[in-house]
Design a protein around this ligand. Structure first.
Ligand code: DX5
Ligand code: ZN
Length: 217
């Protein structure tokens, strides 16, 4: 499978949201990555339901919803009804992770788990077989535009080994500080999905930037 690109709408111009989404629709992006932050799990608040509803109204690409919120199980059905194709919850936010993953799947969405940069990959050992996606945070979650943490490479390698060892099918997504500088290396280590916010939306030609990330061989 060739890798997938998920531009993060957090870095878009919210004054021109429809235009930004139409740009993504026409690009080679595979997903629209949607960052929901509650100011509790992470030290920032992004946006909530009305904005996601507006994104869905214009988007032709599937929404990859990254929930950086405590007790995400309270809102799974809401995010599904707002148009989420994939829902990712943080391992750090879920006491009953297995139950939460099953709930996401029963809603008809694919299910992902995100790990903060310090959270051990081995904590996934008993859940990896149930996951469609693992999102490795390559920055501390909460803000776009942060510097990529280099230690992520060895974490991708470790996660890839765990997936192979267990015969799991989960895709590896990398989120935070992704650019053309680190994308090839991440793919070599086994990444499947690259999230990119500022690198895409701050570039002169976002469509071309997405296409560059997509066409790395
Ligand atoms: C960070 C978010 C990321 C962020 C990525 O908490 O989860 O998805 O939007 O943005 P960049 O690519 O600018 O680091
Ligand atoms: Zn994200």
């Amino acid at each position: 499978m060739s890798h997938l690109i998920a531009p993060s709408i957090l870095a878009a111009d919210f004054g021109n949201l429809q235009r930004e989404i139409e740009m993504l629709n026409k690009s080679e992006a595979d997903y629209i990555h949607v960052d929901v932050m509650d100011g509790v799990l992470v030290p920032n608040i992004s946006f909530g339901m009305p904005v996601i509803e507006a994104i869905t109204r214009h988007a032709t690409k599937p929404l990859d919803v990254h929930l950086m919120i405590v007790q995400p199980e309270r809102y799974l059905a809401t995010f599904q009804s707002l148009g989420a194709a994939n829902i990712t919850v943080h391992l750090e936010a879920c006491t009953h992770l297995h139950r939460t993953i099953q709930e996401i799947k029963s809603l008809g969405c694919t299910a992902g788990v995100a790990l903060n940069p310090h959270t051990s990959i081995q904590l996934l050992k008993d859940i990896i077989g149930d996951l469609d996606m693992v999102c490795l945070m390559s920055v501390n979650p909460g803000f776009g535009g942060q510097k990529f943490i280099e230690h992520t490479y060895s974490r991708v390698e470790e996660l890839k080994a765990l997936i192979i060892e267990t015969g799991a099918t989960a895709k590896i997504e990398i989120d935070g500080g992704v650019s053309i500088q680190n994308a090839s290396q991440l793919l070599e280590y086994g990444a499947d999905i690259l999230v990119a916010g500022n690198f895409v939306f701050s570039s002169k030609n976002p469509t071309e930037t997405i296409n560059k990330l997509k066409n790395i061989v």
